[in-house]
Design a protein around this ligand. Structure first.
Ligand code: HQG
Length: 173
């Protein structure tokens, strides 16, 4: 498949499976799954194309289980991914940009339009996340202390660490 079509299909799938299933006439189940066949019909794509998008996706954004597919993380629609609570690594990273720093250092990291705050296991990944918005600024999160203090973490199937709020006292530059 042509690279451009692959990227276009991948973006459309992200939109439909995370944010706006109704735009394709679809409805997600409570855990975010939709029937593969319904998605294929709605997006006018073949099964081979779907497998190419899922396997080739740089961040493993999608998971197929049996005849169902869902996005691994990043939803703005209400879904319960039912991920188990997990013990985080000692330090996690968040990539952002300078213009958000004052708000973040006052209020902590908030999920904004997503379900959860997204944290990266490595500085390199956080740099890529931040670079989507400009010159990246990397914050470290004292995940070990947060965990000790009772904050819950979950890890998505593609290795993104999720938590509901990171109070400012756990953040450092
Ligand atoms: C910022 C992409 C003001 C936060 C990436 C970020 C990631 C605040 C933006 C995934 C704030 C939200 C998530 C506060 C946080 N005040 N700004 N209190 N708290 N922010 O896109 O982490 O391609 O929702 O720093 O690679 O950038 O979608 O979150 O800049 O893994 O798979 O508000 O999205 O993955 O932006 O990115 P986002 P994010 P996908």
């Amino acid at each position: 498949m042509q690279h451009e079509r692959l990227v276009r299909l991948s973006k459309r799938m992200s939109r439909v499976l995370r944010h706006d299933p109704a735009s394709a006439g679809l409805q997600l189940d409570p855990a975010g799954w939709v029937a593969v066949d319904d998605l294929l019909a709605a997006l006018h794509m073949s099964h081979e194309e779907l497998l190419e998008v899922v396997a080739g996706n740089d961040k493993q954004r999608f998971a197929i289980e049996g005849d169902l597919i869902r996005a691994n993380q990043g939803h703005s629609v209400t879904v319960d991914l039912d991920l188990p609570v997990a013990v985080p690594p000692v330090v996690l990273f968040h990539g952002t940009v300078a213009k958000f720093l004052d708000a973040i250092l006052a209020d902590g990291l908030r999920p904004m339009s997503r379900h959860d705050v997204h944290l990266s296991p490595t500085r390199e990944t956080a740099e890529r996340v931040g670079a989507r918005r400009g010159k990246p600024v990397i914050l470290t999160v004292d995940a070990s202390l947060m965990h000790q203090d009772g904050h819950e973490f979950r890890v998505s199937a593609n290795g993104v660490w999720l938590t509901s709020h990171v109070p400012a006292q756990y953040l450092a530059r």
